[in-house]
Design a protein around this ligand. Structure first.
Ligand SMILES: Cc1ncc(COP(=O)(O)O)c(C=O)c1O
Length: 387
């Protein structure tokens, strides 16, 4: 077993390493078997059937639980499956409070479950001063937090919102996809459960769709594992194997991608076609970022001073910055939330959240900063500015 006291960097590199009992393989073997032999009549081994348990999934869940500081975790087939799994903890007819500007898929899931009659949902602004009071007054069963928010990079105070949720006897659940555990650990700030789209920074190579739920308490971890087996949302062994491989370089990737994001933010702040840049760094004077994050991360968004019609040229292929959904891969990605990641929201809901038609989201990759800035030069030169 790895030592208990390790820095996050070592926890990433050490994920699943040197634990093979059969042959002493340094990197973990891949177990694809869907079924496992019972030792004898009336006896059970550690694993019986792949939906309920698998060594590759367990290795990834353990590594993520160690990084997030949780008691245990469940690996799911996608980030949405992770969020839906947690919703099993909401009693029938209960109330879920979620941010009005969360990821479009989360918004759609919560709204659709509420429309089915499974529970009630209210989308609120969690960044205002009165948000904690609002939470206490509404008496919810679950408070869903997403910080930084997708795509506006708004921050909400995990400690304050979790405390308000607990005052109402509600669960505090935080989506930590944008920063990953190497930049933010919500359980240490009071959240009960963390969810991830491991599709993003944790896997980091845009070749797996997956998710994870990490619980602070064993009781929640066990309940979630029970529901995951019951509903069959667990992730595939090969996906877990790849994601664990990706996790080993998370720390190094985040360092490089965050540096590139800072370069890009500087570039954008000096560009007259850019109305504003959303990035939780010191330049925007964000005290909360300094308190709850160990860095600003590699995601950013910005708004342009142009009519939406002139965006076509902007998104023409540069060969360096890919015009695509998703985020957190080694390659830089750029997208238009209103027509891509957040198109599941109505125009009215997007307007309410502040997701405008000239808002652009970018996930900084690991390319050389000069190549990224040159690609942005090309994109801006293709843009017909309103001036
Ligand atoms: C913040 C956030 N949470 C959850 C998800 C859903 O993850 P997945 O696409 O792996 O289902 C996404 C996807 O973009 C996301 O950005």
């Amino acid at each position: 077993m790895p030592p208990k006291q390790l820095n996050p960097q070592s926890k990433c590199v050490n994920a699943g390493i040197g634990q093979d009992q059969a042959y002493g393989a340094v990197t973990p073997p891949l177990y694809l078997s869907s079924t496992y032999k019972f030792p004898a009549y009336g006896e059970m081994g550690k694993y019986d059937y792949g939906r309920g348990g698998n060594p590759n999934r367990d290795a990834l869940a353990d590594a993520l639980a160690r990084l997030e500081g949780g008691a245990g975790g469940v690996i799911t087939s996608s980030g949405m499956a992770a969020i839906d799994l947690v919703l099993n903890l909401v009693p029938s007819g209960g109330l879920v409070l979620a941010p009005h500007d969360c990821y479009g898929g989360t918004f759609r899931l919560l709204l659709s479950r509420a429309e089915q009659g499974r529970f009630k949902v209210e989308f609120i602004n969690q960044t205002t001063k009165d948000a904690p009071e609002n939470i206490r007054a509404k008496n919810p069963d679950l408070v869903f937090i997403e910080t930084p928010s997708n795509p506006l990079m708004r921050l909400s105070d995990i400690a304050v919102l979790s405390a308000a949720a607990h005052d109402a006897n509600a669960l505090a659940v935080c989506d930590n996809t944008f920063l990953s555990p190497v930049r933010q650990t919500p359980l240490a700030l009071g959240a009960d459960i963390v969810v991830h789209s491991t599709t993003k920074f944790i896997n980091g190579h845009s070749d797996v769709v997956g998710g994870a739920v990490i619980a602070a308490s064993e009781e929640h971890a066990e309940k979630l594992a029970w529901w995951a087996n019951c509903t069959g949302v667990t992730g595939a062994p090969f996906d877990s194997f790849l994601t664990l491989r990706g996790l080993r370089t998370l720390h190094a990737r985040m360092d490089v991608q965050e540096k590139n994001a800072q370069e890009i933010v500087q570039y954008l702040r000096g560009n007259s076609s850019v109305k504003c840049v959303h990035y939780p760094d010191g330049a925007s004077g964000n005290k909360l970022a300094q308190r709850q994050q160990s860095g600003p991360g590699a995601m950013l968004s910005f708004e342009l001073n142009v009519e939406p019609e002139s965006l076509k040229g902007f998104f023409a292929d540069t060969g360096i910055i890919q015009f695509a959904e998703s985020l957190g891969g080694t390659e830089s990605l750029i997208c238009h939330p209103a027509t891509m990641t957040h198109r599941a929201m109505s125009q009215e809901d997007r307007d309410g959240a502040g997701i405008g038609n000239t808002l652009i989201r970018m996930s900084a990759g690991m390319e050389h900063k000069d190549d990224l800035c040159r690609a942005l030069d090309t994109m801006f030169s293709n843009l017909q500015t309103a001036e």
